[in-house]
Design a protein around this ligand. Sequence first.
Ligand SMILES: Cc1ncc(COP(=O)(O)O)c(C=O)c1O
Length: 411
Amino acid sequence: MSISPQLFDEIDPAPRLLMGPGPINAYPRVLRAMSAQLLGQFDPQFRQYMHETMALYRQVFETANEWTMIVDGTARAAIEAVMASLVEVGDVVLVASFGRFGQLKTEIARRCGADVRVIEATWGTVFTPAAIEAAIVAHRPKLLALCQGDTSTTMLQPLEDIGAICRRHGVLLQVDATASFVGTPLPVDAWQIDAVTAGLQKCLGGPSGAAPITFSAEVGERIRRRRHIEEGLQTTGYVAGTGTRINSNYFDLAMVMDYWSSAALNHHTEATTMLYGARECARVLLQEGLAACVERHAQAGGAMVAGIEAMGLAVFGDKSHKMPNVVGIVIPPGVDGDRVRAAMLHHYNIEIGSSFGPLHGKIWRIGTMGYNARKDCVLVTLGALETILAAQGHRVLRGAAADAALAFWPR
Ligand SMILES: Cc1ncc(COP(=O)(O)O)c(C=O)c1O
């Protein structure tokens, strides 16, 4: 019997409105940029795009760091690249964890062979600077790693003071800003942060798969000391660094730095299309203006919270430390959270998020970010949630959510 080849259908996604904690719908301009034809990675025009991307992201990160690039991979690729390139086996790494993405950094640091010490804040809360300083004094780490915003709990860790504390104690500071980047301020140089990583799929309004990264000259020097270029790429006169070789090839930032610099090391084949997307995300953002983008997220997020509360639902966690771009909503007793999410998707084409670990089944998470940090997205999501809850027999105040949310925009 011959097997006929199956072609399936052309990709034709349903017109979903992605209102979860990320990914969200991409800016149309970003998708258009990503449909451009490919270039070779050493084509002069493509090298120019790479340099422009570095310059654009320096503005986005508010930094003068030369080492501002894109790591090919989702946001965790950049987190892992920093750890793999900085941490040597046995180094003490302190992770200040207040949710699932703190746990992720713990896991990555352990895989890098670090002696990982973890301090934990109850999910729904953040750390005081004093608590972080006390842990630094107790554990004397080489590196402190933490999230700015942890989407699993929707909490936002204030970072203004943490960089200065780390400098005082000679500790490097690594911040995972994946979920909060450009939805809330993060002036990297002013806050003295040594390494920051992000992703495109949240407030930057692109697809996941490219991870913006910036790190200081000091971090760059430390990584350079571990520079061991792979055998097939060494040129005559090559001298290896004096430090230990980085235990990953793909995440070897010493080679990635050479790849982005004028050395133009042929380390990996650039994800050309992702670079187009990352570059356009930054251009969309900078045209709007960083401050205006942060303000738009505060407005849309504030409206969403007001609407949720007006409906009679409760917001999860310490509201004074909530991320502006995502809200956790306590699932009322007797309501089947997954059934509500399924109905939102089925009837309205709207995706909202569930949650992880101790919060599983207890909260929904709704994001208002990037392209979707808009009045119409907020209003339609609130309207849909209200109708679905009522249809499933839960008593909600009808009409109050839209009124409360609308008040966030000038009439
Ligand atoms: C705070 C934070 N860190 C890291 C990640 C991991 O990102 P990715 O799935 O792009 O690897 C996420 C994803 O949601 C996140 O919210």
